[in-house]
Design a protein around this ligand. Structure first.
Ligand code: RNT
Ligand code: ZN
Length: 413
């Protein structure tokens, strides 16, 4: 018997419609981060990665130019089912014929090539100002710097990024999510925790004072608990970002590597859904710290997906990936991580959620546990493979990637 037909019947016996789940999954866009392909290097300068984040490993084949990064992304997208968005950083500006512009002066034209690339893929673009890997990051501070020249430079950068985001939205006919994350913080105990946050607040007010179309540009604010070398204090803490977003009509962004290890983003989603129209996520895998490992089909990824799907919040949660592993084939990292987010979503779609919620409400906690455990052993793989085959995507992605590695990646020395 066909494995999918069998799976369909087994799920139907539990009250789950696999066809409905497959339909739904196709409609969920994921904002795929460009920075897995080149270890967050970008193209605008040669500075080392800074800002308390680190890509570790030296696997061959890192993309060195816009052409290489686009070719690699193109290859990865062929192995990822569905229609998605491209997530860019400002540091991926493309300067042609020596037309360099610093971060406070970048313009839409520096991203025209990306628009072309997105059009070829029928994809929208999301965007991120790059407040790191730049000499104007002074003493690990940007928008919260006490040095007015530094602070102004980065305020201008933020404004330019909103303008570029609006350009993406206009060109591509899809809203652009522009995510603000600053690395600002102190390694050791500060004397003044308030003033940097007051300056960050002031800087965000200044950036957001430029006119922009709120239907086209959706501003998100990402918090963080600590960074490498910034262990004692980060300016953009959870409380700061949530409060600022709430007061200013922004969308909060939670990265699941940005909390204390026992805190789970899966437990935070429902609270934010009650207070915000939309929320945004960076899906990653922190191993002991915010290490940005490739996303796996693991408990927390499934739990995050469950919170989105079971609360019917797919149109309110903006899902993006954010990880960077330089120790394995980077294309496989892209495909594995994005597919795992999709698998987690499918897994959540393949559950009798109403029955499970009723069990909770009737305090039938024994049955609730047993049923949730049984769901793990349903023929989920057959449904996933059916999804891939309907989208003409090969289930085996390792072989083509290894061929591409031999043909293309190993030649990048
Ligand atoms: C850093 C944040 C941030 C970055 C990217 C590159 O801890 O997660 O989102 O990873 O912007
Ligand atoms: Zn992030």
């Amino acid at each position: 018997m066909n494995a999918y037909i069998d799976a369909k019947e087994r799920y139907a016996a539990l009250g789950v419609d696999t066809e409905q789940a497959l339909e739904k999954l196709q409609t969920i866009p994921i904002s795929i981060h460009c920075w897995q392909g080149d270890d967050v290097s970008g193209f605008d300068r040669d500075d080392a990665l800074s800002g308390g984040i680190q890509a570790t490993g030296d696997y061959p084949g890192k993309a060195r130019t816009p052409e290489e990064l686009m070719a690699d992304m193109d290859f990865a997208l062929r192995l990822i089912p569905g229609k998605h968005k491209l997530n860019l950083h400002a540091s991926y500006a493309i300067f042609e014929n020596g037309d360099f512009a610093d971060r406070d002066q970048i313009q839409p034209k520096h991203f025209a090539k990306w628009v072309e690339f997105a059009k070829q893929h029928h994809a929208g673009i999301d965007f991120n100002p790059t407040f790191f890997s730049h000499p104007m990051v002074k003493d690990n501070l940007t928008l919260s710097s006490p040095d007015e020249t530094t602070r102004r430079f980065w305020v201008e950068h933020g404004k330019r990024c909103i303008e570029i985001a609006e350009y993406f939205a206009t060109q591509l006919g899809t809203p652009c999510v522009v995510n603000f994350w600053i690395p600002d913080g102190y390694k050791d105990i500060p004397a003044d925790r308030l003033s940097p946050r007051a300056r960050f607040k002031q800087s965000m007010d200044e950036i957001l004072s430029i006119p922009y179309d709120k239907n086209k540009v959706l501003v998100t604010l990402e918090s963080k608990v600590f960074g490498i070398g910034l262990e004692s204090y980060t300016v953009g803490s959870a409380e700061f970002c949530l409060s600022y977003a709430a007061q200013n009509g922004l969308t909060p962004l939670m990265d699941n590597g940005h909390y204390h290890p026992t805190e789970l983003v899966s437990d935070k989603i429902s609270s934010l859904l009650l207070f915000y129209d939309k929320i945004a996520l960076h899906v990653t895998r922190p191993v002991r710290w915010d290490s940005d490992h490739v996303v796996l089909f693991d408990d927390e990824t499934r739990e995050i997906a469950k919170e989105i799907v079971w609360h019917d919040a797919l149109d309110r949660v903006l899902i993006a990936t954010d990880y960077f592993d330089a120790s394995i084939n980077r294309i496989s990292a892209w495909v594995t991580g994005v597919r795992n987010v999709q698998k987690a979503l499918l897994f959540a779609l393949l559950a009798p959620k109403d029955e499970l919620k009723a069990l909770q409400n009737n305090n039938q906690t024994t049955k609730l546990m047993v049923l949730q455990e049984e769901l793990k052993l349903q023929p989920f793989g057959a449904v996933w493979e059916e999804y891939l085959s309907r989208q003409n995507i090969p289930a085996d992605y390792l072989e083509p990637i290894l061929q591409y590695e031999q043909k293309v990646l190993v030649n990048r020395k």
